[in-house]
Design a protein around this ligand. Structure first.
Ligand code: IMP
Length: 436
């Protein structure tokens, strides 16, 4: 087995950064294939916290090459800042970070539009609660066939025509808020020419690069962004992001066929969080939800917004497992849940409500208690556990319950933010061994 996809199984923020960082030691290539700097992956290495938004979380290993593939939308200013920060702590040369010529560029006017629309919609049903990073407007331009790809940055004549086309299309909307004059073609061209200069040594045909690596038997890790419930097609539409967050996005986002995907690991917290608007059946609007937020530090890595918190939602997780064809499930932040001293879990919805057919907006959760977490010894035992057998009995029972409900074996358990606070049930590029 040489390819593994890692995807979020909830509404994003599941701890993908930590999981990818923990397993990227075994990978030769780590590839991001969707989304942009709406993602925020927090890594803790040697006690030092690093947040990446565009560069794949595997970037901190010197032997691991990183790729930003075609399905992404890239804000070059954000990428430049991130590269500078990463170079200060890790070896990150041009050859170790490659950018697809086909990825789309987030221009300053995309960010502006994203913010203006959210401001206008604030408090109303049209407010999505986006990250305001310009991700939605950039994908919108892509679908409208006026998007600007990285390769366009190297052709000034073509780029000028594309920028003019875009400003014509969005000018009236910007003008409504008096912002049209803020974006002049010559200024944008000058900025783009600066981007082209430093991007040039990094650009590549990411599809070919990944394909060649797989053919050579290299181990390739595809790193998803956001989570299944934010998927443009299958999530809680319209309260979703603008890209494919499920495993299928790898094929279109990278440019490889499905036959080259060997395994898919879904990442889920031991509970659930969500930022932005939209349905969240197990949301806790009470002191327990607040306590979970404090214990888990549930504030957005990208926007700093407080995340809503709630119990783990097994019907939604089961749907996520189906959407991505998961072969393993990774459960993160079990230590946070244990610190709460009580655990409940949603095992079904009332009235036979089916999340795939009926959506999540009207789903009312049926909750079940999970025994044993009130024992004061549990948090300490959990924090020390580095193997399945060392986990307290209640934690193992909870993990078995999850695996049985979604019919996917546990591949990894995270009991703390550090790299070593991880229980791996198998080597990442081997099949999972722990079946319930
Ligand atoms: P956008 O992706 O910025 O357009 O935001 C659309 C929705 O996706 C909003 O509800 C965001 O809060 C959510 N979202 C986007 N990226 C992330 C993420 O990395 N974690 C959690 N939520 C996200």
């Amino acid at each position: 087995m040489s390819t593994l996809v890692v995807v979020g199984a909830q509404w994003g923020d599941e701890g993908k950064g930590k999981v990818v960082d923990a397993i990227a030691a075994d990978a030769d290539l780590v590839v991001r294939y969707a989304g942009g700097n709406n993602a925020g992956h927090t890594l803790v290495v040697d006690g030092r916290k690093v947040v990446t938004h565009l560069v794949p979380s595997g970037c901190l290993y010197p032997h691991t090459r990183c790729v930003l593939a075609a399905g992404m939308v890239i804000d070059p200013d954000v990428l430049a800042a991130e590269i500078a920060e990463l170079r200060a702590i890790a070896r990150l040369e041009h050859d170790e970070l490659r950018v697809s010529l086909h990825a789309h560029v987030i221009f300053p006017y995309h960010r502006e539009l994203d913010g203006l629309r959210e401001d206008r919609a604030a408090g109303g049903a049209a407010a999505i609660g986006t990250t305001r990073r310009g991700v939605g407007p950039a994908y919108e331009a892509k679908a409208a066939r006026r998007g600007i790809q990285i390769r366009d940055l190297f052709d000034e004549v073509r780029l000028r025509a594309r920028i003019e086309h875009n400003l014509d299309a969005i000018g009236p909307e910007l003008a409504r808020d008096g912002r049209a004059a803020a974006f002049m073609v010559d200024d944008l061209l000058a900025r783009a020419s600066g981007w082209a200069g430093w991007l040039k040594p990094m650009v590549c045909d990411a599809s070919q690069l990944c394909h060649d690596a797989i053919r050579r038997g290299q181990r390739v890790l595809f790193e998803g962004a956001q989570g299944a419930m934010l998927d443009l097609d299958h999530g809680t539409y319209p309260y979703v992001t603008s890209s494919s967050t499920t495993a299928g996005g790898v094929c279109t986002g990278v440019g490889i066929g499905p036959t080259l995907v060997d395994a898919v690991w879904g990442i889920s917290k031991a509970y659930t969080t969500r930022v932005g608007a939209g349905p969240f059946p197990t949301r806790l609007d009470d002191a327990i939800g607040q306590r979970l937020r404090e214990l888990g530090g549930e504030f957005g890595a990208t926007t700093g917004r407080a995340r809503d918190c709630g119990w783990l939602d097994l019907p939604a997780l089961r749907m996520a497992a189906r959407l991505s064809g998961m072969t393993g499930i990774c459960i993160t932040k079990l230590d946070v849940l244990a610190a709460l001293g009580m655990v409940r879990v949603c095992v079904a919805y009332e009235d036979g409500h089916d999340p795939g057919r009926d959506g999540l907006a009207a789903a009312r959760p049926i909750l079940q208690d999970v025994a044993g977490f009130d024992d004061p010894e549990v948090p300490g035992q959990l924090a020390r556990a580095r193997r399945w057998a060392e986990l307290p009995g209640c934690a193992r029972a909870y993990l078995d319950l999850i695996a049985e409900a979604i019919e996917v074996p546990v591949a990894l358990v995270s009991v703390g933010p550090g790299r070593d606070e991880t229980i791996l049930m198998c080597r990442p590029f081997d099949p999972p061994v722990h079946a319930p």
